[in-house]
Write a protein of this length. Sequence first.
Length: 329
Amino acid sequence: MTKKALIICGPTAVGKTSLGIMLAKDLGGEILSADSRQVYTGLDVLTGKDVGDSRFRICEFGFKDKGFTFGYYLVNGVKIWGLDIVGPEYLFNVSDYLRYAGVILPYIWDRNKLPVIVGGTGLYIKALLEPPETVNLKPDWELRQRLERLSVASLQKRLQKVNKEKFDLMNYSDKSNPRRLIRAIEVSRFGLEPRHEALLEGCDILFVGLRAAREVLYRRIDKRLEQLIKGGAEEEIRRLLKRGVSQSSPALSATGAKPFLAKLGDGGKSLTDVDRKEVLQRWQFADHGLARQQITWFRHQLPVEWFDIDNRGYPGTVHKWVNDWYNKR
């Protein structure tokens, strides 16, 4: 029998997780998150982990892989994997995600369950289908340390020198991101290695995309971020800083962390109501931009069937469509 996998994708704040839980519960499935920030421990509020009061349950697979933690949250009877994998200082990447998914996906299939892959990190989802050529390229920490001392402008010049074609293909956001510039320089200098085998190769895959009109999506984002701030996002960042987590740590590169860090400094400053209002506005603006990028990426990279959440009856439509696909043997 052909293995099946359901993929639910789309921009932030459209309700991917709640739909995934509903479908997984009905079909006897388990969720594998595809979110590049929810992999970090200690960022529950800031990254909007929709797990309610569920506690994290560690699952022992008989080995340790790069210090990953394998475990799940049980929400409404559905297991959610892919959260709280590493600490906030770990530079988690596509290769790590494939290593993790390479354990979880077979575990789900072996128990005759349906993997429901849910998230907005398109690179993770696409890597399950077409692993990038650079995924096995080991980091050169000495080179990275040297490059980290350079400005963004200097990194741009360095990349143009070693691989102008790569630089020209990067979008504005990537050209302004020092970590991505450094990785591009590293890859260009040291060449490529063979790809991973695609984890979803040969699978019967159904893609479900959720979208909304821009003004509707922005309102949903704004309301969600207001709730996250009320839910303790500021206090969560303070706890991480108090533990000694660096402001430059990968986990604190999330869109919501940056405006807080700009106001908190080293963590000792108390934010005023005016500060919090400014943080919220900057966070909303950043997530509006993120949502636009996600929509554009998914439209061009994956064969997604889109459903408009403005239509109140969309859950029932999706449910019927997915059921028909799943029950077709």
